[in-house]
Design a protein around this ligand. Structure first.
Ligand SMILES: [Zn+2]
Ligand SMILES: [Zn+2]
Length: 132
C-alpha cells in the first residue's frame, strides 16, 4: 500500500499515513468556513497509530456545539490547519483532504451542518446528510 502524504501550504508541517483512506466527509459549519476560507471543509479520519507527523504545529482549541473540545493543529509559518484531534475521536487524527493534493481520494460519504450549506453547493449522492 502506498503511503499518503499531506502537508501545509508552506510544507514545514506534514504527515504521512500508512493506512488506507476509505472515507471522507464534508462539514458546512461556519467555523469550517472561516477556518478554510472556503464554503465547506472536507476531512478524513486517520488512525493515529498509522500517522506520522513532522514539523512544528500550533494548537487552536475550540468547543464544538456538542460541548466537546477540538484541537486544531496548524503550521505556525503559513497558518494552514493540517489536522485536528477531538474528545469524540480517541485514537484518531482528522486530516484536511486538500492537504493531500490527491484528487483520486474517495468522495464524501457524509455531510454535516447542511443547514449552513451555501445554496449553490451540490454534493454527490454518496454524501448522506448526518444531521442539521
Ligand atoms: Zn506551513
Ligand atoms: Zn465544521
Amino acid at each position: 500500500m502506498k503511503a499518503h502524504e499531506a502537508s501545509c501550504h508552506c510544507g514545514k508541517l506534514s504527515l504521512t499515513y500508512t493506512g488506507e483512506i476509505t472515507k471522507t466527509s464534508v462539514c458546512h459549519c461556519f467555523e469550517c468556513q472561516k477556518r478554510t476560507g472556503s464554503v465547506f471543509g472536507v476531512q478524513t479520519r486517520l488512525e493515529a497509530l498509522k500517522t506520522q507527523i513532522k514539523g512544528e504545529a500550533k494548537i487552536f482549541k475550540r468547543t464544538g456545539d456538542g460541548g466537546s473540545e477540538i484541537s486544531f493543529h496548524f503550521c505556525p509559518h503559513c497558518g494552514s490547519t493540517l489536522y485536528w484531534t477531538a474528545d469524540w475521536a480517541p485514537g484518531a487524527v482528522i486530516a484536511t483532504i486538500g492537504a493531500f493534493c490527491d484528487p483520486s481520494l474517495p468522495a464524501p460519504v457524509m455531510q454535516v451542518y447542511g443547514n449552513r450549506k451555501h445554496h449553490w453547493v451540490m454534493m454527490p449522492e454518496s454524501a448522506v446528510e448526518y444531521f442539521d
